[in-house]
Design a protein around this ligand. Structure first.
Ligand code: SF4
Length: 445
């Protein structure tokens, strides 16, 4: 019997690219391919690239170069795939190049250069597809593309306009993920709160009943599966107010990831950010009054062209006044093809660096203050990892998304396993993490 052809996969970029990689893997596995963890064992290597920033492009080109050196047979896909000329110029020997979310094209390219063997592995593909995340949490992509035109971003050029998935398909996928062991669903897209706009909130069937492709309706339905539902990339549009009732009812986690990027109206206008005209501070304070446990995570950009000291101070005040629990920050980086490159008022590197340091300090103080309020509380945490030598479990609370937020370090973790949901008492906190002890026996996974 011939052996299954083996594919090596290098996945770069954001969670959306990760989901693309999972879909490609799932399709190929269902067709009888297997996967190699190293270059030597692979018959061919797929590189799923990122093209968001120039530094990400460079990293992608380097990853392609490494795969060519180590293996020699390379197919490129993902966001950088739209720049075929650039890839061919740097690496003329790549076998094929396809763009973002072109699953069929990348799969055909694999067929062409590494034909499949007769399919005898179908039954080995789990219901949830193949995942690059641990079994206990999963990303759920609800749409592709974006209708906004932020001046620093080329994602709409790369990924196109908003294209929402029908609600029925998303719910069926979510149900399968939960049945396969996911205890947390992380809803992602480029603009989650705009979900359904492009398909006029069309109804589709889920278990014989119609469900609208609407942000609120989808979130409410997802809440019925009993898993944690975490919303990422939400913009503070007025209709997001409705989600607070779902949080208060425990259907959706009291957590919103809102990439504000700035707080000065002038800079937000120059950035052409969605919802920039809204009274955002009041909106967040209202949300926090309704759902006192609400954690807001955000990202900010310092050094955007034209940003003055006054604009920057406005951003610091906003982080403090809105009590942005988790804040990340980038220094502005011009992206080839982005309209913001034409703007005047370049901020010198050293000023941007100084502002970055200042912002991170303010954000850290706010985070430390917010976390210290949790000490003494009993909360549920989801365990990601255990360190038996230290008798410690590394877990997350409802306030922590994987990879980007803090952790809950649980002491006396005898018998606790990754994927367990454990009730703990918070005993301490620092700038980003909580420290805790289990309060009762571990609940079985
Ligand atoms: S919302 Fe703005 S930054 Fe986000 S993907 Fe759309 S255009 Fe880019």
């Amino acid at each position: 019997m011939s052996q299954a052809p083996k594919i090596g996969l290098v996945s770069l970029g954001c969670p959306k690219a990760l989901v693309d990689s999972e879909r490609i893997m799932t399709t190929l596995r269902a067709q009888g391919y297997s996967f190699s963890r190293n270059y030597e064992g692979a018959d061919i290597v797929l590189v799923n690239t990122c093209g968001f920033l120039d530094s990400a492009k460079q990293e992608s080109l380097e990853a392609i170069g490494e795969a060519l050196n180590e293996n020699g047979r390379v197919i490129v896909t993902g966001c950088l795939g739209i720049e075929e000329g650039l890839i061919r110029e740097t690496h003329p020997s790549v076998l094929a190049i396809t763009g973002p979310h072109q699953y069929e094209s990348v799969v055909s390219a694999v067929h062409e250069h590494l034909p499949p063997v007769p399919n005898k592995f179908l039954d080995l593909v789990p219901e949830s597809g193949l995942k690059l995340t641990p079994r206990h949490y999963a990303y759920l992509k609800i749409s592709e593309g974006c209708n906004n035109r932020c001046s620093f971003c080329i994602i709409p050029q790369i990924r196109g306009d908003l294209a929402s998935r029908p609600a029925g398909g998303i719910l069926a996928e979510a149900e399968g993920l939960v049945r396969s062991g996911a205890k947390e669903l992380l809803v992602i897209s480029q603009d989650t709160s705009a979900y359904g706009l492009d398909i006029k909130y069309a109804e589709s069937n889920y278990r014989g009943r119609p469900v609208k492709a609407k942000f609120y309706d989808l979130a409410k339905e997802l809440g019925q599966f009993g898993a944690w539902v975490r919303l990422h990339y939400v913009y503070p549009y007025p209709h997001v107010d409705q989600i607070m009732e779902l949080m208060a009812d425990g259907l959706v986690l009291p957590y919103l990831d809102i990439p504000f990027q700035h707080a000065s109206p002038k800079v937000l206008k120059a950035m052409r950010r969605p919802a920039h005209q809204e009274k955002t501070l009041n909106r967040i304070l209202n949300w926090k009054r309704q759902v006192p446990d609400l954690t807001v995570r955000s990202n900010f950009i310092v050094g955007f062209p034209g940003e003055t000291e006054e604009d920057f101070e406005m951003m610091l005040d906003f982080i403090e006044e809105a009590e942005i629990d988790r804040a990340g920050c980038f220094k502005y980086e011009p992206v080839t093809g982005a309209p913001a490159n034409e703007l005047e008022g370049i901020v010198p590197d050293e000023v941007a660096q100084e502002r970055w340091e200042q912002l991170m300090e303010v954000a850290q103080n706010v985070s430390a203050g917010q976390l210290s309020k949790k000490v003494g509380r009993t909360i549920d945490v989801l365990v990601d990892d255990v360190q038996p030598d230290k008798n410690v479990a590394i877990a997350r609370s409802k306030w922590d998304a994987p990879e980007i937020d803090g952790q809950v370090i649980v002491a006396n973790a005898d018998g606790i396993k990754p994927g367990d949901m454990v009730s703990v008492t918070v005993t301490g906190s620092d700038e980003y993490d909580l420290f805790a002890e289990p309060v009762k026996a571990v609940q079985a996974a």
